[in-house]
Design a protein around this ligand. Structure first.
Ligand SMILES: [Cu+2]
Length: 294
């Protein structure tokens, strides 16, 4: 079957990023991408991870997704673009359980069986497209990612894990999003500060991080992404952060990978990025000076 390519983390030191104040020079011109706010919440009483949004239908075109993480765990939004008129019902019945079975096998130390489980993916899985999403976001933080949304049915999901290997989507963290044929006519974000090109060899970064808000463009040019292609995620490092530990944690095919607890949400402070997209696409993410929610 296909290659397994681990997601790659881009860890940059933005030492003074939050040190300066800046005006949120929001231009409300019609050409701005639509903003969709998604709140990540934890319902402790019922042990449920949830996405809260105000809409389940948006027009096509450039759209900014702002993930507000109001929970004590790390989260992200990952977009599955579903073929035809399939919805989350199909994803949850045919595809997601295969990933869950694989995760539980990993927890038992059965690496080979965990890989072999993917042979159970349905035929229509090859028509499912991974179309980006907001990067890993630490508790109390917000992340903004701008994507071109083609009309059709999407599911936004989070596959961070509980300590027993249960994915967040299995605890409720997924939501259908329908993109209608109407289009916003919004322009793509202009003048990125940093441009990153993702290839099979790695990440090529152009531009220097500096203090203040940054717009990062990520150009996806991988020829052979395998089951999962490369992502770009941004983490803020401090003296105690081990960059190698961060990279290892991002590997979903290990028992420790992607496990987030309230006591130990993750190995670094994640402040956004983008999940993979097919070759030829560009995603944008914004790193802003923000006051953490808590
Ligand atoms: Cu999550």
């Amino acid at each position: 079957m296909k290659n397994f390519t681990q997601a790659i983390v881009l860890v940059l030191m933005f030492g003074g990023l939050y040190a300066c104040t800046s005006e949120p020079a929001q231009d409300e011109a019609l050409s701005e991408p639509n903003l969709v706010e998604v709140k990540a919440i934890y319902d402790a009483e019922n042990d449920r991870h949830l996405f809260a949004t105000e809409t389940d239908t948006i027009p096509a075109g450039w759209t900014t997704f702002r993930l507000l993480n109001a929970s004590p765990y790390v989260h992200f939004i990952f977009f599955d673009y579903l073929p035809g008129d399939r919805t989350s019902v199909d994803l949850m019945s045919d595809v997601s359980p295969v990933f869950q079975e694989s995760s539980y096998l990993l927890m038992e130390g059965k690496q080979e069986e965990a890989m072999a489980a993917f042979s159970k993916l349905p035929g229509w899985f090859s028509d499912l497209v991974f179309r980006g999403g907001t990067g890993y976001t630490s508790p109390g933080r917000a992340a903004e990612t701008t994507l071109f949304m083609a009309p059709g049915n999407y599911v936004m999901e989070c596959y961070i894990k509980m300590p027993d290997g249960t994915y967040h989507w299995k605890k409720g963290m997924y939501k259908d999003l329908h993109v209608s044929a109407d289009t916003t006519q919004a322009n793509a974000p202009a003048s990125p500060d940093i441009e990153i090109t993702v290839t099979d060899d790695g990440l090529q970064v152009e531009g220097e991080p500096r203090t203040g808000d940054q717009l990062v463009a990520v150009h996806f040019e991988q020829e052979n992404p395998g089951l999962l292609g490369k992502d770009v995620h941004l983490a803020r490092l401090d003296e105690s952060t081990d960059a190698m530990e961060v990279a290892e944690w991002l590997d979903f095919m290990t028992p420790e990978g992607l496990v987030s607890t309230a006591e130990n949400p993750g190995p670094a402070t994640f402040i956004g990025g983008t999940h993979e997209m097919p070759k030829g696409n560009t995603a944008y993410f914004t790193v802003r000076e923000v006051t953490p929610l808590f």
